[in-house]
Design a protein around this ligand. Structure first.
Ligand code: NAG
Ligand code: NAG
Ligand code: NAG
Length: 594
């Protein structure tokens, strides 16, 4: 079998190199992905300049991806003998490397289009090939036409296609080609945070800091935490206040940043002076990905929120801020090549190429799932599985629109009304964090994103929890969501009234953007605890939190997440698609899974 395939490919490569484009093989197009209508929020601006060049990324099918998923679940399942035996970078690379046939065939295709395959860039496992092409070349390769589209709200322009095709022989070898039909680039990726203009702010927490000196029990959480959240509130609420990190030479926490959002070092010091005085002088590292910036005169709300709260909870654990570049993608009147690649792929390929990676990550960005092409979403989601297999816990915010914003019509041409899940929140290989508000008791915050994926099937780790919820739900919202899809959020944390220093001043910020770094801070402390006892880090969290760890959460039993003209879902006893399993109790989690 292998023998005959190689013979075929040798002949093919030779043929292609000597007679460019002569073969029918490369003109036998089959549609890879097509939109029925221009994605909402975008409008057609005009044809793309044919000599405009960009970096095309070709994602090859990962040959042994099923084995990678099996390994991921085994090393993440506390009941399995492989629990905690995470894979090395090399182990993962071996499983996701494309089959040699796929590489040969794609190279033959590139050669047939006159492209120099020696000038490509390859990801560390070889599953992504990047090559600079012109619009004219890309159109011939993908049997399509590129056009310039404008995003109405942000006035951003991108070069994309309404659909693209691949020679039929390539379909079983190529997972995705980008940029093509994924429109949700940079600016339009919604940062799930907002400044609460009229919300109260406080200058420091000296008034109640003394309350936290006792045992970090709920009884000591000051009532001011119902309106203004500081690290002291979160450390008391989530019971981390008495824990001192011990594994700071091994453990670290990574914050993924996009959209030209820069984390400000002076603001972090001011934040520490006001809200975490023992951390004054401590710092974070900025890592620039794909020429990401670090403009200290332009502090970002999202970036400052993220880093101030991961640091505020995990101090003195080292924190890394990743500034991922690539904006603006395209200027219609300026024909210089700019980066048009999608940020998730850039960031993920960068991280996966590192030998050592943080044990905990948080990301506060997302798109409506239906605006992310299925092939693209699958490729990105599979890259998160690689990070989990290597032993990292990956947190994402669940979104700020409840079950969906606006009219919630589908974009498949049928204009059906349907709840709108978020991506990457809907990826089964990440841990998705919803939002809460108030203390004694905490309740769900109404914007907490939650629901069921239409792309990814329900993973077995959550079957029992979701089935119980659905049986209680009965026929409520029937037909508006996909019962068999991956359900989220998995967990929750506070999501409103966060006191954030921006440009030297305190502002009140809300969003599940606040919840994800908060939860990640607590997980980072649990990772510290495990590492300090020479245990493996927690890695991919979901299998353990839905089983052994489930009792380590404060169940949130009231509140709901309205949207799409409905009341959304309601939080109740056990898991629900508003607050997941609930908010973390560090001390309980320490004894259950630490
Ligand atoms: C692809 O998009 C073009 C331009 O919008 C359109 O004319 C064509 O019918 C589309 N093809 C498919 C298969 O959707
Ligand atoms: C933080 O690190 C940056 C660069 O690594 C450095 O310029 C800055 O002085 C540091 N700030 C503090 C307070 O240590
Ligand atoms: C529902 O989710 C499944 C995956 O679990 C998917 O295959 C199916 O297409 C989805 N249905 C709709 C209508 O989106």
């Amino acid at each position: 079998m292998f023998w005959s395939t190689s013979v075929l490919l040798l002949g093919l490569a030779h043929f292609a190199a000597s007679k460019p484009l002569a073969s029918k093989r490369w003109d036998d197009f089959e549609v890879k992905h097509a939109w029925v209508e221009v994605p909402r929020g975008w409008e057609l601006h005009g044809p793309a300049p044919s000599d405009y060049t960009f970096d095309m990324r070709i994602g090859l099918k990962q040959d042994k991806f099923d084995e990678l998923v099996t390994a991921l679940y085994e090393v993440s399942d506390p009941a399995h003998e492989r629990y905690g035996q995470h894979l090395s970078k090399e182990d993962v690379a071996a499983l996701v490397a494309p089959h040699p046939d796929s590489v040969n065939l794609v190279e033959a295709w590139l050669l047939a289009h006159g492209l120099d395959t020696s000038s490509t860039h390859r990801s560390s496992s070889g599953d992504f090939i990047t090559i600079r092409v012109s619009v004219a070349q890309a159109e011939k390769m993908l049997g399509t036409q590129y056009q310039v589209f404008r995003h109405g709200k942000s006035d951003d322009y991108v070069i994309r296609t309404m659909n693209y095709s691949l020679p039929s022989v390539l379909h079983e070898h190529v997972a995705v080609v980008a940029p093509t039909t994924y429109f949700g680039t940079m600016k339009s990726m919604k940062a799930t945070s907002f400044i609460q203009e009229d919300a109260p702010t406080i200058e420091n927490d000296a008034d109640f800091a003394h309350l936290l000196k006792g045992p970090g029990s709920l009884a000591t959480v000051p009532s001011s935490c119902s309106t203004t959240i500081t690290p002291a509130c979160l450390r008391a609420l989530y019971n981390t206040v008495n824990y001192t990190p011990k594994a700071t030479t091994k453990n670290s926490l990574g914050v993924a940043g996009y959209l030209d959002e820069f984390a400000n070092r002076a603001d972090l010091q001011t934040f520490f002076q006001r809200f975490r005085s023992d951390a004054v002088g401590s710092n974070f590292t900025t890592v620039r990905v794909n020429n990401g910036g670090d403009d200290q005169s332009d502090p970002g709300v999202e970036a400052n929120l993220d880093i101030q709260y991961t640091e505020g909870i995990s101090f003195p654990t080292p924190n890394i801020y990743y500034s991922t570049g690539g904006s603006p993608p395209f200027k219609p009147d300026d024909n210089t090549p700019t980066n048009t690649n999608e940020p998730y792929l850039d960031w993920l390929n960068f991280i996966l190429a590192q030998d050592t990676i943080p044990q905990t990550f948080t990301t506060s960005y997302g798109d409506d799932e239906q605006t992310v092409p299925f092939d693209y979403a699958t490729s990105v989601c599979n890259l998160f599985a690689q990070l989990g297999a290597r032993g990292s816990s990956i947190m994402f915010s669940s979104g700020d629109d409840g079950v969906g914003a606006g009219d919630c019509f589908t974009n498949d041409g049928t204009n059906t009304k349907h709840f709108q899940p978020n991506f990457p929140a809907s990826c089964p290989f990440v841990t998705t964090v919803g939002g809460t508000i108030r203390v004694n008791p905490e309740v769900a915050v109404s914007f907490s994103g939650g629901g069921f994926s239409n792309y990814f099937a329900q993973p077995s780790y959550q079957t029992a929890a979701v089935t119980t919820f659905l049986s209680k739900l009965g026929s409520t919202n029937a037909g508006q969501f996909n019962k068999t899809g991956r359900a989220y959020p998995d967990v929750a944390a506070q999501g409103q009234g966060f006191q954030v220093v921006i440009g030297g001043r305190v502002a009140s910020v809300g969003g599940t953007s606040a919840s994800s770094p908060t939860f990640a801070g607590v997980i980072s402390l649990l990772n510290d605890f495990r590492l300090s006892q020479s245990k493996a880090p927690l890695g991919f969290l979901n299998p353990i939190i839905y089983s052994t760890g489930a009792a380590g959460f404060n169940d949130i039993t009231s509140g709901s997440n309205p949207g799409c003209g409905t009341n959304g879902f309601t939080a109740g006893t056990g898991w629900d698609p508003v607050t997941g399993l609930g908010t973390p109790d560090f001390v309980k989690l320490q004894s259950l899974i630490g």
